[in-house]
Design a binder for this molecule. Structure first.
Ligand SMILES: Cc1cc2nc3c(=O)[nH]c(=O)nc-3n(C[C@H](O)[C@H](O)[C@H](O)COP(=O)(O)OP(=O)(O)OC[C@H]3O[C@@H](n4cnc5c(N)ncnc54)[C@H](O)[C@@H]3O)c2cc1C
Length: 382
């Protein structure tokens, strides 16, 4: 089916992203996967090309275009070539962290951080999850105690995307532990602050080029001027922004399904068994047809969500639907594609094998798929 959300301008943008990905990501990606991290150069080059902070107003160094289609295109093009873990760090920066700064930072903070974020000089992260709590965000134990014009931050975070590279981290902490979720605030911790330490770059099943790390705060001193928004409003801010994060995952999942199906279709047209192309077995044809159908259905829903996000009407429950359904689909699709590749599907030199490993996390992060169903269920009054 024809996609209707893109204009000619979007198409031109897609061409430039495709060129960038081929030139600046594909040749280095194997090495980054071995290193467990992308180079800082990638960020600087992405900044130079205008691929960071699309929605940041020009006065703060961005493109000033509040249109999620640009983010979706960037995610689709990195996923198309299997460079998911390079794209996802940038996606988190553009679509998760920067929107918090735009929505809740004061003028001085915007001027301090946004230009560097748009140039790729300031890489960002958001630290919610802790060793003892992920889904239950209100149970975070990191504390920020105010002393004069500083907060004294203590606690540990884990599984933090861009954890090693990040220069600016939004940290979820309790400024008043007696108030439960109403005592949560967001603090900006910067590279080099006293008491801020990074732990290991964690070894993962997939997403190998993505640095995912532990962070710790031992009497870290954070100036009060680094509080984001109002004290005690952190949980409310998080709930408001999470729909966009979930749509991001759904966009990546749908693009990953399309990429997996494309490469598998080609393979099925070439590989022979019992004197015929493997795609011509009825089972293969049916599997391919089923996948094509489900992916098309998912694509229409996700594109509609993109329109709703742009219109400001995307609800948390609809974003949750997109997230759980497309990521479950992605896991099914890549698994079936691996099956159609036979033994080669299990070899890491084949992109489908890497797509299989990269897919697994999709139903876990950005809120697990079980939590997505909780959100949808609660919205139905049950
Ligand atoms: C690669 C990667 C990158 C990540 N990046 C970040 C990041 O940048 N920043 C960040 O803050 N976090 C990040 N995370 C953390 C991620 O968001 C959490 O892992 C996720 O929210 C789940 O939390 P948890 O691991 O503590 O699992 P738990 O909350 O312990 O859940 C364990 C299981 O119990 C289920 N469960 C929990 N509560 C319920 C319930 N109420 N009903 C039904 N089932 C339930 C879950 O669905 C899950 O299956 C990342 C994780 C990974 C793997």
């Amino acid at each position: 089916m024809q996609r209707t959300i893109f204009t000619e301008e979007h198409q031109m943008f897609r061409d430039s992203v495709r060129h960038f990905v081929e030139k600046e990501i594909v040749p280095y990606y194997d090495q980054w996967e071995k290193d467990g991290i992308v180079s800082r150069d990638l960020w600087l080059k992405a900044g130079q090309q205008g691929f960071l902070g699309f929605n940041v107003p020009e006065e703060y160094g961005g493109a000033g275009v509040d249109d999620y289609c640009y983010s979706a295109i960037f995610a689709e093009e990195t996923t198309r070539v299997g460079a998911v873990s390079a794209g996802s760090g940038i996606g988190l920066h553009n679509d998760i962290v920067i929107p918090y700064i735009l929505a809740y930072a004061n003028e001085e903070q915007k001027r301090r951080w946004l230009p560097g974020m748009c140039r790729g000089e300031l890489i960002t992260a958001i630290a919610m999850t802790e060793p003892n709590t992920g889904s239950d965000l209100a149970a975070v134990r990191t504390t920020a105690e105010r002393r004069g014009d500083e907060y004294i931050l203590n606690g540990q975070k884990t599984f933090i995307t861009n954890g090693i590279l990040s220069d600016v981290v939004i940290v979820v902490a309790k400024t008043d532990p007696t108030l439960g979720h109403k005592g949560i605030s967001l603090l900006i911790v910067e590279r080099g602050m006293e008491g801020f330490k990074r732990g290991r770059n964690l070894e993962k099943v997939g997403m190998k080029a993505q640095d995912t790390a532990e962070l710790s705060f031992e009497d870290a001193r954070v100036p009060v001027s680094n509080l984001l928004g109002e004290e005690g409003k952190g949980f409310y801010y998080l709930m408001r922004q999470l729909a966009r994060e979930r749509l991001n995952v759904a966009v990546g999942a749908t693009a990953a399904c399309e990429a997996a199906l494309d490469m598998t279709l080609e393979y099925c047209k070439e590989r022979t068994a019992f004197g015929q192309k493997i795609g011509s077995f009825q089972n293969s044809r049916f599997k391919l047809a089923e996948m094509k159908t489900e992916i098309e259905i998912g694509r229409v829903f996700v594109d509609r969500c993109i329109e709703e996000l742009n219109a400001g009407t995307l609800t948390p429950e609809v974003a949750a639907m997109a997230k759980w359904w497309t990521t479950d689909l992605q896991k099914r699709v890549v698994d079936q594609c691996v099956q159609l590749y036979g033994g080669y599907g299990y070899m890491l030199e084949y992109p489908i094998a890497r797509a299989y490993l990269d897919a697994r996390v999709q139903s876990i992060y950005a809120g697990t798929n079980e939590i997505m169903k909780e959100i949808i269920g609660r919205s139905m009054g049950v």
